[in-house]
Write a protein that binds this ligand. Sequence first.
Ligand SMILES: [Mn+2]
Length: 338
Amino acid sequence: MSATTKEAAAENKIIDDILELVNSHSNILLSSHVGPDGDSLGSQIAFYYYLKSLGKNVCLYNQGHIPHYFHGFKDIELIKVDPEEWKVPPDDFDLSIIFECTSIDRIGDVKKLVTDDMDIINIDHHLENTEYGKINYLDPSASSAGEMIYRILKKSGFKIDSDTATHLYTAILTDTGRFHFSSTTPACLHAAADLVEKGVDVKALTDQIYFNCTEDQLRFTSEIVSKMETYLDGKVCFLTLRDAQLQERGLKYGDMEGLVEWTMRIRKVQVGALFKDTKPNFSKISLRSAGNVDVCKVAQKFSGGGHFNAAGCHIDADLETAKNTLLEALEEIFRDDK
Ligand SMILES: [Mn+2]
């Protein structure tokens, strides 16, 4: 067998194991990382449809805020972000399926509901995963968790209807930055094409996600972008999003998703970063890079991770200190580069 045939066989086996494990359980908890995004929401709801078709009892509990542009999405209210609504079924959960989390801690407070006697299925497309599941379906070459769920549903024989297709397409669309990142492979596009064939309204969906901000949000974006800072001869661009500014406008961090992409619109920029003071003395950083600059490696230095050209991390410090700390790490990279 060739290496790729072997890989395909191994993947088929993992998917069969997932389908079998799902079949033998009845109370299933779905969760994903704190601060759900398009990939985590779309993947969970699509998988929910499949599990409901099997007659399972399914709960979707996530910690954090659902970005405003997902509010009109079909069945989005299934995702419970209010801990008051996190009820455990009378005969307990017997299986949890965790989407795109490198470690189980990424689900935040939902972890309290994941007991030792429960089986876990871990589905992730990030580099570096702690393999905390009974089954670990890991594929860093996948564009999104949504693309992996698509493969599972295809193999399960479940009929992907237009609602399921729309959620999976949303997952792939948002995690590839609208088919922009290098994760946009032929396999990813084939999956997307198949989903469009199953009834996705591409224009309406894209409009709802990307052309749907308020006047205030767009003015706020322009304010932040106009205050960008550039360093290292213009190769590095930093944006800053302050909690106080959000509060003034009644917005949440999740409402400004995609802000970091503005850094990379400058031809010369090789590393872009968005700094957010999500807690006092805690700076959350989203990283983007061009070409062969590995920001996943940078993120790993600061208890983070992600992908080669898109990653995230945090520094326990205020925004100014965090910027200096990251800048030092970036100086090293560009120095080594020469
Ligand atoms: Mn993802």
